[in-house]
Design a protein around this ligand. Structure first.
Ligand code: SF4
Length: 363
């Protein structure tokens, strides 16, 4: 890849983008807040999945001020199902800084955007280049992949050092007249043409004549990616404790995985039916019906939950003892749908009490 000229990539990519870009809600204006929300949502989540979330989020929180002032439970509910909940918490921290230090307006300076909580080089580059036409790169996984293929770059794209190097290499080539279009063109080529899974569609690519891996038939070898670390397996048993109307949920600790979200009561390890009954009895409840539920699995980035579940029907909750520092909540499904964010990890079990989560639960 030595001496590969980046400059000739710019104009064909921008021309292709202007002709082929998808009509996406966040592309209809170049408002910095809209770009920010969409870029944070799109990290780790597909475009189609993000669309509904994006529109609902902006309808409820149309300004940076509204985001700064939003109660935490409501904020997490708006994010329910998108995962990586620290993303939206950090957005709120940044919104508060913007309110305090920038009069509620996104700063129009790359370094100042980069200094906001939760905004890394990619997001800062996207906001600065698309909203303010500042010639800075925005390098995400898509951009790393396509530049790796086009240049036969052996750098491991999982390594932070590779991302930093590619970002640095792009800086001098950012076009001053349309940096936002160039960044979006690269994202779009990565999403639609030089795709991550499956054969790249080289015949539709504006870089076909320049691409080294296409020329040498090495697209399979690029990008170079180190293998992810093995996930830690955790077994859990989940209890759905319900009467006709209500069910028990509890708030997760304020730190760690899924911090501050709500969940069905659960214990570490897989337990038997009699243990499930004993669990309910410890809470002062007397199950009249116990149904073992199928196993479920949820994969986080470094952890995998393997779950078993029990549906425990009680005739009423009169004897209920709220333990664990009183974090248990007896609540109706409608109230959960309105206000309490339950992560997608519990989706399989939520279905047994007809409680739709995430996008399926939009009101
Ligand atoms: S020519 Fe093919 S391999 Fe090269 S960047 Fe385009 S789609 Fe990817």
């Amino acid at each position: 890849m030595e001496n590969f000229e980046l400059n000739p990539l710019v104009e064909p990519a921008v021309t292709w983008y202007e002709k082929n870009k998808r009509d996406l809600p966040w592309r209809r204006d170049n408002h910095p807040y809209h770009i920010w929300v969409s870029e944070i949502m799109l990290q780790q989540t597909r475009v189609e999945a993000v669309k509904g979330y994006y529109e609902r989020f902006l309808h409820r929180l149309p300004t940076i001020e509204a985001l700064a002032d939003c109660p935490e439970d409501e904020l997490l509910k708006l994010w329910e199902g998108l995962g990586y909940y620290n993303r939206v918490r950090n957005m709120q921290c940044a919104a508060k800084v913007i309110m305090e230090s920038y009069n509620g307006q996104m700063p129009q300076d790359y370094e100042e955007i980069l200094n906001l909580p939760g905004i890394g080089a990619y997001t800062a580059g996207a906001i600065a280049s698309i909203a303010f036409q500042i010639p800075v790169p925005a390098v995400d996984g898509n951009v790393l992949r396509i530049l790796s293929r086009v240049r036969e770059d052996d750098g491991d794209i999982k390594k932070e050092g590779t991302k930093k190097r590619v970002t640095k290499e792009l800086f001098p080539f950012m076009p001053k007249n349309h940096p936002g279009s160039f960044n979006q063109a690269m994202m779009e080529i990565g999403a639609c043409v030089c795709v991550p899974n499956g054969e790249p569609l080289c015949h539709s690519c504006p870089w076909e004549s320049m691409c080294l891996s296409h020329k040498h038939g090495t697209t399979d070898h690029y990008p170079v990616k180190s293998k992810p670390k093995k996930r830690q397996i955790e077994e859990k048993t989940v209890f759905l404790i319900v009467d006709g109307e209500n069910l028990l949920i509890e708030k997760r600790p304020s730190k760690g995985l899924l911090a501050g979200l709500y969940q069905f009561p659960n214990v570490e390890g897989w337990v038997e039916r009699e243990d499930a009954v004993a669990f309910a009895r410890e809470k002062g409840l007397d199950p009249v019906f116990v149904e073992p539920l199928p196993e479920a699995k949820h994969i986080f980035s470094h952890i995998e939950w393997r779950m078993k579940g029990y549906l425990l029907k009680v005739s009423d909750f009169r004897g209920w003892k709220n333990e664990k520092e009183g974090n248990g909540i007896l609540i109706s499904k409608d109230e959960i749908r309105m206000e309490y964010a339950i992560p997608a990890a519990f989706e399989t079990y939520a279905a047994y009490v007809n409680l739709p989560l995430g996008k399926k639960g939009f009101l």
